[in-house]
Design a protein around this ligand. Structure first.
Ligand SMILES: *Cc1c(COP(=O)(O)O)cnc(C)c1O
Length: 392
């Protein structure tokens, strides 16, 4: 194959994304010039930093239709998920308002493990199933609600198979039953337009590094009106972020993150149509030129940058390894201390054990070019054919 495409080609944008140049530019002055602590209220350094952080809060709030003071900055979506779930549950339990949570088996580990940690402390959790396309049924959510249910936590878009959730319907179920609704919107941000009012969302986790912003910064939206959500903090200290998240604010990252959110919102249509075109091209060619492959997740209700594909007879680890060093994709399964464990998401959508180990995740990004995708598609076809000829 002759090609002047530059390698390696990054196709793992669900894991992380490069930081946009404009985002880096936004961050820079806050390291060396405007380096004040926003909590230093006595002087101009603190005042300038505080003003900047307030602007960041405003930028983010405008894109999701909330108020600036409803945005709490965190170290990322792992912390946001933990704060939402443990915070709401612990507060409710402390005030005798209930101790039951509802979530879904295909959630991110940050949600599942937070619920499991609460179960160990005596809370109850219901893990709802999904159908074979990864979709949760809002009527299952409604049926699972009990008198002591405090919170429903359901992700907006799945980070492995890309399936999106019927947020508006779930939000309505939550509202009708006076239960708080948390959504992990990390993978949806920038592809789905999110409106916390229209969707009845009470708590929402987002992260910088999945949307061309820096790592180690994220936010939790916390509704303050109709209804007012109350949380127990995870971190105690100086009472920053209204006491819900103590710790000096990471001003450069907050500025970069807010810029990334603004760009994700402003360029949503352009980014969506670009990755949609690339993923459609790739899927159509793979499906045309290879037998026995399956696109996992929902055919339409999905984020446009995701292709999660099972190649019958091809071990995913071997495929991913053989794509090195040219093409970076993910085996789509969690790898803990060298042991290959099947993805909990694939286990939830199929009983076919072979498929659990035949699946890779391709995550396209706004900066991928058509040439890169042509090259990567050729490579994947070649290697799948080669590996199949070895095994059959
Ligand atoms: C990446 C990811 C997280 C974790 O976010 P961090 O900011 O890396 O902690 C949580 N949920 C989903 C769906 C993700 O994709």
């Amino acid at each position: 194959m002759t090609s002047d495409v530059e390698t390696p080609i990054y196709l793992d944008h669900h894991a992380t994304t490069p930081v946009d140049e404009d985002v880096v530019k936004e961050m820079k002055p806050y390291f060396t010039e405007n380096y004040g602590n926003p909590a230093s209220e006595d002087h101009i350094y603190g005042a300038k930093a505080k003003k900047a952080v307030n602007e960041a809060r405003e930028r983010i709030s405008e894109t999701v239709n909330c108020r600036p003071e409803e945005i709490i900055f965190t170290s990322g979506a792992t912390e946001s998920d933990n704060l939402a779930i443990k915070g709401a549950a612990e507060y409710a339990a402390k005030h005798d308002e209930g101790s039951h949570l509802i979530t879904v088996v295909t959630e991110h580990e940050a949600v599942l493990e937070a619920c499991e940690a609460l179960e160990e402390k005596g809370f109850d959790a219901t893990y709802l199933p999904v159908d074979e396309q990864g979709t949760v049924d809002p009527s299952d959510v409604e049926d699972a609600i009990r008198d002591d249910t405090v919170l429903i936590s359901i992700m907006a878009a799945n980070n492995e198979i890309g399936t999106t959730a019927p947020l508006k319907e779930i939000g309505k179920v939550a509202k009708d039953n006076d239960v708080f609704f948390h959504t992990d919107a990390v993978q949806a941000l920038g592809y789905l337009s999110i409106n916390v009012e229209e969707m009845g969302i009470d708590l929402m986790s987002i992260s910088g590094h999945k949307i061309y912003g820096p790592k180690g910064i994220g936010a939790l939206y916390v509704r303050r009106r109709n209804p007012k959500v109350k949380l127990e903090p995870l971190l105690h200290g100086g009472g920053h972020e209204r006491g819900w998240r103590s710790g000096t604010l990471n001003v450069p990252s907050i500025m970069g993150f807010s810029k990334a959110v603004e760009l994700a919102d402003k360029n949503m249509e352009e980014r969506t149509s670009h990755v949609d075109e690339l993923s459609s091209y790739m899927w159509e060619r793979l499906d045309d030129e290879l037998d026995d492959i399956i696109l996992n997740g929902h055919p339409d209700e999905r984020i446009p940058n995701n292709l999660n594909i099972s190649f019958t007879g091809v071990e995913n680890k071997a495929l991913v390894k053989n794509l090195q060093p040219d093409i970076a994709v993910s085996a789509g399964s969690a790898c803990t201390t060298g042991q290959v464990e099947a993805s909990h998401v694939l286990q939830a959508i199929t009983d076919d054990k072979d498929r659990w180990h035949n699946t890779i995740r391709i995550g396209l990004g706004k900066d991928n070019t058509k040439e890169e995708i042509e090259y990567a598609t050729d490579e994947i076809i070649n290697i799948v054919n080669r590996l199949r000829n070895l095994t059959f």
